[in-house]
Design a protein around this ligand. Structure first.
Ligand code: DGL
Length: 294
């Protein structure tokens, strides 16, 4: 790990000492997952279903959310700091559960990290290619994700001749955070964003943002039953399992222990977290990664 690893050096937890091992300790070590906020808990949910014996350390950078409206340079810096926080807690694998961070920072993370790293892009690309018969797919995400065109590259790497219609849908993020996921407001916003995808012959739409699966019912109504909605969280969990298995790092058993960190504990985060995770998380601690604290 390079000397310029500021995220690692500066990561600190406020109010208590980091209690995990400082370096990855093989199969018993936890999986680290980070997102700009709590949307990445959808990936944790899939990981827990697929790998129930694994411990998870989750970091949501709620103090600096949203990432999707920021520049690639800023998102990359945040991602490096977030990953550093997890590495300092001894994780054996880093899962970048944020589509915006995966779009712009995955290569840099792979270069810097001593532990394996995976994002949501390649698994999502594979899943949408598997879902299309028409060879014509839609991709929606934040402005950062769509602007970086990482999904287009990943989809074409899977199947070069797939036609791709990509659209940024930034307002879906605050709608999901607000819990306005299936009402008249959500439907009006979805109609406006997705109008250009209707009647274009796509038969699969990749939900390229942590928050968008929560709006799936409304998106589905707007696009109609002929369009399969693809959520990459299951595919991401499968990719994580594959990486761990390949390296002999799958947990051998024992009681999993999860740790939840957010960089800001805003009012109401517990109910939103439960929405994404599908259950109440345990105790959530406030963490400060380099640059995100006061
Ligand atoms: N987690 C982000 C993503 O998946 C959405 C929220 C944000 O913009 O930070 O792109």
């Amino acid at each position: 790990m390079g000397a310029d690893w500021n995220g690692f050096e500066d990561s600190r937890v406020q109010g208590f000492e980091a209690d995990g091992p400082r370096h990855a300790e093989g199969p018993a070590a936890p999986i680290g997952v980070f997102d700009s906020g709590i949307g990445g808990l959808t990936v944790v949910r899939a990981l827990r279903r697929l790998l129930p014996r694994e411990s998870i350390v989750y970091l949501g950078d709620t103090a600096r959310l949203p990432y999707g409206t920021k520049s690639a340079e800023t998102i990359s810096r945040y991602a490096v700091e977030d990953a550093g926080f997890l590495v300092a807690r001894g994780v054996k694998l880093v899962v970048v559960a944020c589509h915006s961070a995966s779009s712009v920072a995955l290569d840099e993370l792979a270069r810097r990290l001593d532990v394996p790293v995976t994002g949501v892009i390649r698994p999502g690309a594979r899943a949408v290619v598997a879902a299309t018969r028409a060879n014509r797919v839609g991709v929606i995400g934040t402005r950062a994700t769509i602007g970086a065109a990482a999904y287009e590259r990943a989809i074409r790497a899977e199947r070069p001749n797939v036609e791709i219609l990509a659209r940024p849908c930034p307002l879906f993020v605050p709608l999901a955070e607000e819990g306005w996921t299936d009402d008249a407001v959500a439907e009006a916003v979805a109609r406006r964003y997705l109008e250009g995808l209707r009647g274009e012959g796509i038969d699969a739409l990749l939900l390229g943002c942590t928050h968008f699966p929560l709006l799936a019912p409304v998106i589905g109504r707007v696009l109609g039953p002929g369009v399969a909605l693809v959520d990459s969280s299951e595919a991401t969990a499968a990719e994580a399992a594959r990486l761990l298995e390949e390296r002999g790092l799958l947990s051998a058993g024992g009681q999993p222990r999860h740790r939840w960190y957010l960089t800001d504990l805003h009012p109401g985060f517990e109910s939103v977290a439960a929405l994404f995770l599908g259950e109440q998380p345990g105790e959530v601690l406030r963490a400060s990664v380099a640059g995100s604290g006061e």
